[in-house]
Design a protein around this ligand. Structure first.
Ligand code: NAI
Length: 286
């Protein structure tokens, strides 16, 4: 029987979430998507108007089907957490049930269970500021949107995950090595995400036989990455210095996610898997 995946963090066809959805769809999974509320309208409109049709093509020639798109804001766990200004914001008022707990409830009502949970989202309002210039507010916002959002997603979706299920997030080498320019507490947020991957692997493994892994991905020209401002330099640096001198394709990350979600990876949990053309293994650029 086919598996069902919920992928949080898709709002266009340029990011890792989209590529992961495609690889999972190509492997036969049913695709549910969680899209950030402010980006929901344009994403759904673009989907409906066929703007993504070329990028929906799967290896067998068929088009990836997204069974349902759910509105999601992963910095809010339940309706009580939402401040008035957000509630009344017109981009948010147009949708409902977009906190993490409500999204999980909606998926449960609609489909009963899922097998695969993917967290492909991050946000750091002060990402362009060095850590020394980052405010407490900016740092905590980065952790909330990029790290706790994953704890919360897994917490609320685990009860509807089938045993043997798999959960995957996306991280970046800036958690463990100095990457100047990846600021605003985003390096700290990724370090938290990787540490949480180990603890959550233990807890979700014991509780539900669910595996928890994170993919440390190389640079991709996504919408989020363009906002950081140094993505072209990082891509050039990787091509110049990595063991494999080629541009990383989002599909390579997507395929790794499909592997990690499959029974082929049945003994892999609590791991940080590098999909970066090997750049992480270099000690110096050469
Ligand atoms: P992206 O822009 O395609 O994905 C980020 C998504 O997060 C967007 O769809 C955005 O709408 C969503 N989002 C932001 N705040 C949210 C919130 N509060 N609630 C729900 N959704 C929210 O960009 P990308 O780069 O594909 O990012 C996906 C993951 O990959 C992130 O965790 C990122 O840190 C990670 N990553 C990206 C790398 C890159 O070079 N692009 C390298 C290594 C990791």
């Amino acid at each position: 029987k086919g598996k069902r995946a919920f992928i949080a963090g898709i709002a266009d066809d340029n990011g890792y979430g989209w590529a992961i959805a495609k690889s999972l769809a190509a492997a036969g999974a049913e695709i549910l998507v969680g899209t950030w509320v402010p980006a929901l309208n344009i994403f759904e409109t673009s989907l409906r108007r066929g703007k993504f049709d070329e990028s929906r093509v799967l290896p067998d020639g068929s088009l990836m089907e997204i069974t349902k798109v759910y509105p999601l804001d992963a910095v809010f766990d339940s309706l009580e957490d939402v401040p008035e200004d957000i509630k009344s914001n017109k981009r948010y008022a147009g949708s409902s049930k977009w906190t993490v707990s409500e999204a999980a409830e909606s998926v449960k009502e609609d489909f009963g269970s899922i097998d695969i949970l993917v967290h492909s989202l991050a946000n750091g309002p002060e990402v362009t500021k060095p850590l020394l210039e980052t405010t407490r507010k900016g740092y905590l916002a980065a952790i909330s949107a990029s790290s706790y959002s994953y704890v919360s997603l897994l917490k609320h979706f685990l009860p509807i995950m089938n045993p043997g299920g798999s959960s995957i997030s996306l991280t970046y080498i800036a958690s463990e090595r100095i990457i100047p320019g990846y600021g605003g507490g985003m390096s700290s947020a990724k370090a938290a995400l990787e540490s949480d991957t180990r603890v959550l692997a233990f807890e979700a493994g014991r509780k539900k036989k669910v595996r928890v892994n994170t993919i440390s991905a190389g640079p991709l020209r996504s919408r989020a990455a363009k906002a950081i401002g140094f993505i072209d330099m990082m891509i050039d640096y990787s091509i110049a210095n990595a063991p494999l001198q080629k541009e990383l394709s989002a599909d390579e990350v997507g395929n790794t996610a499909a592997f990690l979600a499959s029974p082929l990876a049945s003994a892999i949990t609590g791991a940080v898997i590098y999909v970066d053309n090997g750049l992480n293994a270099m000690g110096v650029g050469i």
